[in-house]
Write a protein that binds this ligand. Sequence first.
Ligand SMILES: [Zn+2]
Length: 167
Amino acid sequence: MITKLHEEYISLLKDPEVIKDYCSFYSSVVNWIKQKKKYFTKEIMERNRLDVLVNLDPNEYIIDEPDIVLSTVASRFESNFPDKIDNLAMLIGDTLWDMVTIYSEKDCPVCDDGLRYILAELNYGKKIVLECDTCGWCEYLDGTTWNEGVAMCIPANIKDLIEFGLL
Ligand SMILES: [Zn+2]
């Protein structure tokens, strides 16, 4: 089953209409995932943050210059054949996450990867935090370690950064 799903996904990525720009790409992938609800279960969606990603408006979230070349996405997928639905979901999740997350100037104290701006939705309001997508490290803007447990987190977009005085 994963083979068929994989092939369908590859042909989506080869569609010129899909890869003509970042917004079309993002919306097309999201629509495709929504059509495949049977395979992308709630758990798989949550584990790979697809539950958050499918609800973002690409017009408001796609970053200025995503580090992804749309014409090569299909061939990258073909050479990286996922054997499980989870791996396919992870690859898709990573690709979309990279398109909507803004890097801060700080690096992760644990693994040295770049920290990205995230909007955490807490009971008392929203807060911008820095998160490492590689190891999961999360800290407040002043550098102290995140200590509020599990929270609803979505990427912070340009509008959020302006609102919080970070741009
Ligand atoms: Zn890290």
